[in-house]
Write a protein that binds this ligand. Sequence first.
Ligand code: NAD
Ligand code: TDX
Length: 351
Amino acid sequence: MEVRNRLMNVLVTGGAGFIGSNFVFYMLNKYPDYRVVCLDLLTYAGNLSTLETVMNNQRFRFVKGDITDKELVANLFKEERFDYVVNFAAESHVDRSIEDPSIFLKTNILGTQVLMDASRAYGVKRFHQVSTDEVYGDLPLDRPDLFFTEKTPIHTSSPYSASKAAADLLVQAYNRTFKLPITISRCSNNYGPYQFPEKLIPLMISRALKDDSLPVYGKGENVRDWLYVEDHCAAIDLIIHRGKDGEVYNIGGHNEKTNLEVVKTILKELDKPESLITYVKDRAGHDMRYAIDPSKARSELGWEPTTSFDEGIKQTIKWYLDNRSWWENIINGDYQKYYTRMYGSREGATA
Ligand code: NAD
Ligand code: TDX
């Protein structure tokens, strides 16, 4: 009888980004018999310094490469014979997708196809697609009784969410047509350590610490459903191991807040004045409210979020205070040009 003595081998794409890196740490800590390979192109959003603590771990390998590169991906799958593939790699910022959609279509759709073709060819146990609640579009502010369920129709607003929805449909098509074992998770807004400072929470923390203005889009009334990143990682872990083949799972913790509430909480925690808030021109096509119904993940997988927003935001602020060099290195580089390009024309204009 053949003795199987090799470790479970998991491919994490986009593992040098925010959620992917947290997932790499989570898996290496939780499963001593798992090996994690991270494939990441190190775009502006990927940061090798984030993975510093695991770089010398015998059970970790970093590969720099593009998920749309068929040859590189095929060679990696041939060499590694992955058991699980978890696809985090994506262009993830809505504002950038409004500025230039093309890279979103390439990475988010074609990249998913390339990874699934390799997953088919090399017989992975499960291809997991990390999707988003944004594929459902938005909910009106005056209907707090409505939530996104897995049956809510896809109805996208931005080139980003359209590219994620296209990928989801492709993943479901590969399951039906080619019997590729798949699962999809659609999570609400994440926050926590290592989030790139272009996203609301780290942007506001880093700017408030420097007493810079805090650009709130429109009136700041839009609602997001916030989830601490580790709770998202725990959900993906449960889905890849216990989720049913072909299924979609919504992930969210019922932590709905308006953007203004979030920004004011950050200011209060940092003891900074609300006068730093500056209302700027709204995002085009700006989704009003996201709200997830996570009851399927609860009942089928026993998933429960463990970190409340009050706790999580404190931990996150502390992390940004304790790790200033991580985000200062980012905002001192090319990011300056991005900020001027993206926000220069917005200031002075509202809604
Ligand atoms: P991120 O932008 O912080 O990280 C993305 C990572 O992907 C980066 O390390 C980047 O270098 C890498 N990448 C980009 N293009 C690549 C390519 N062609 N080949 C290989 N690597 C590439 O994103 P995030 O916020 O960590 O989001 C991760 C995933 O989770 C995305 O798929 C996103 O759609 C989804 N998601 C995010 C949130 C959220 O609140 N951030 C919520 C729900 C779902
Ligand atoms: O400067 C800002 N001012 C502002 O008011 C920024 C960057 C954002 N906002 C608003 C827009 C949104 O209503 O804050 C809210 C959150 O914005 P983002 O952090 O850009 O996140 P969002 O657009 O909600 O998308 C996020 O959640 C779902 C992630 O970026 C996606 O990758 C994920 O799929």
